[in-house]
Structure formats: structure tokens, C-alpha cells
Design a protein around this ligand. Structure first.
Ligand SMILES: Nc1ncnc2c1ncn2[C@@H]1O[C@H](COP(=O)(O)OP(=O)(O)OP(=O)(O)O)[C@@H](O)[C@H]1O
Ligand SMILES: [Mg+2]
Length: 262
């Protein structure tokens, strides 16, 4: 059974006189344990698709099932539970809370679920996993871009998600850090079976995955599977330029289960 199944998924943004069909009838099936990339030019709908798959956005039209269950009629509270229990987001912007330390940022999603006495040790283990054991007390401003991104990945993992949705996770990183990050994601995928979807402009990053879906004008124009054995070889790409304004707080609130999907 597919873990994510979209049929005719559509998101239309309406402005006064115009409308943008950001995602325009996408059908896509993702099996548990897949490690895949979504590519496409700026504005092709990648972030919108990821936000739909992660229940941060409600579609204008179409069907979406997670674990074989439709999420279309779900209440805001049900969507928040799905996001909290099943999905780990790594945003295009890092979305770390500036006043919190690395370990506090990683622990944050745990505050919105049932209490976990092991929250701090769990967050510490994840920071260790992403190579930041000696940075746990640093605030975001005291971390490099790559380190901030790794904190964001640790935070995405803290609830043991079945699916990781990562939007340009390597966009701000140099090629060595990017390679390390991809290795971490691949290990999680192999060792824990975490289904992983990575939006990227970087052909090297995409080449390290097993499946590449290409978008254009909100539609899928190609969906290719290949074996990811070229992993090490493929990971030589330069990080892509990335100049995106913040859409930070509404999305972070939604991630944390406060406020509904837009
Ligand atoms: N909240 C919004 N209101 C109106 N239009 C939007 C909104 N968010 C996105 N769009 C439009 O929808 C289209 C798809 O946007 P999206 O952010 O999904 O693109 P993307 O592929 O992620 O681009 P990038 O590579 O630059 O991040 C774009 O044309 C964008 O201008
Ligand atoms: Mg985007």
C-alpha cells in the first residue's frame, strides 16, 4: 500500500483578478521506504506540492491519501495529528526559533504531543546523529548555515516520522556539507525505512535518489526511477543559489499543530 497517494491534486491561488494553478492535477504514488527527489524550475510548484503532501496546505481539488486514508475531509486537529505523528518537515527556510538553543529547537515538536520524559536525551541523540553534539547549547545565530540546516533535520526526526519532506535542504550548503547531509538522509532511509522526498535544484542531489519527479507549471512532466547506486558519484553537484523570502511563522505554527492548514 502506498504511504502517499495523490490523485488529481490541485492547488489554485486566487488573487483579485488572476489565479495561479500552483499544483495542477498531480497524481503521484509514493511507496513506503522510497527515497525520491522533486525537481523543477522556480515557481513550478515544488513547495506547494510538498506542503500539500504534508497536510500544511489544503488542496483546492483532488484526492490525497496518507497510509491509505483520505485526508481531504479531515479536521484541522486531525491534520495536526497526522503532521505531528507521521511527517517530518525540513523547510526551504530553516525555521529555527532564534531565542532557543539547538537542543531546545529540536525538542520543540515534542511539546505539542504527549509528554516524553526522554525528550532531552532524544534530542541530544539526534543532534549527535547529525554531527552537532558539541553545538547543543548554541542559538541559531551562533551556528553556520549548514549547522542550522542540520538542527532543522534533527528537529524533523524527533517524532520518528514515517515520511520526511525536505524542501531544498542543501540549497544553502557547500558541496562537502551537502554530501554529508545527503548521507545522513540516506542512512535514515536505509536503516529506519524513512520515506524521504527531497525538493532540489541540484542534479547531484537528485542523482543520489532512486526516483526523480519533474514538475513544470504545476504538472508532472517526468517520473523516472533509477538505482541510487551512483550515490557517492552523483553527490558532486554545487549547491544551487537560493534567494527566498521568509514564509516562516504561519508554516511553523502549522507544523507545530497550532492553527489549521492554509
Ligand atoms: N500564497 C501564495 N499566493 C499566491 N501565489 C502563490 C502562493 N504561493 C506560491 N504561489 C505561486 O505558486 C507558484 C508555485 O510556487 P511554489 O512556491 O510551489 O514554487 P517552487 O517550485 O517551490 O519554486 P522555488 O524553486 O522558487 O522555491 C508560483 O508561481 C508562486 O508564485
Ligand atoms: Mg519552493
Amino acid at each position: 500500500m502506498a504511504i502517499l497517494e495523490a490523485n488529481g491534486l490541485t492547488k489554485v491561488y486566487r488573487r483579485a483578478a488572476s489565479e495561479v494553478r500552483a499544483v495542477d492535477g498531480i497524481s503521484l504514488s509514493v511507496e513506503p521506504g522510497e527515497f525520491m527527489a522533486i525537481m523543477g524550475r522556480s515557481g513550478s510548484g515544488k513547495t506547494t506540492l510538498l506542503d500539500l503532501l504534508g497536510c500544511l496546505l489544503r488542496p483546492t481539488d483532488g484526492a490525497l491519501e496518507i497510509d491509505g486514508r483520505s485526508v481531504i475531509g479531515a479536521s484541522d486537529g486531525e491534520l495536526a495529528t497526522i503532521r505531528r505523528e507521521r511527517i517530518g518537515f525540513v523547510f526551504q527556510e530553516f525555521n529555527l526559533i532564534p531565542s532557543l538553543t539547538a537542543i531546545e529547537n529540536v525538542m520543540l515538536p515534542l511539546r505539542y504531543g504527549p509528554r516524553r520524559p526522554d525528550a532531552r536525551s532524544r534530542a541530544g541523540e539526534l543532534l549527535d546523529l547529525v554531527g552537532l553534539r558539541d553545538r547543543i547549547g548554541h542559538r541559531p545565530a551562533e551556528l553556520s548555515g549548514g549547522e542550522q540546516q542540520r538542527v532543522a533535520i534533527a528537529r524533523a526526526l524527533v517524532n520518528d516520522p514515517a515520511v520526511i519532506l525536505a524542501d531544498e535542504p542543501t540549497g544553502e550548503l557547500d558541496s562537502a556539507t551537502s554530501r554529508r547531509l545527503m548521507t545522513t538522509l540516506r542512512d535514515l532511509n536505509r536503516d529506519r525505512g524513512v520515506t524521504t522526498i527531497i525538493v532540489t535544484h541540484d542534479a547531484g542531489v537528485a542523482g543520489a535518489t532512486d526516483r526523480v519527479v519533474r514538475l513544470q507549471d504545476g504538472r508532472v512532466i517526468a517520473d523516472e526511477r533509477h538505482d541510487g547506486r551512483g550515490f557517492e558519484r552523483a553527490l558532486s553537484g554545487q549547491p544551487s543559489a537560493n534567494g527566498h523570502g521568509p514564509r516562516v511563522w504561519p508554516r511553523l505554527r502549522a507544523l507545530l499543530g497550532r492553527g489549521g492548514a492554509r
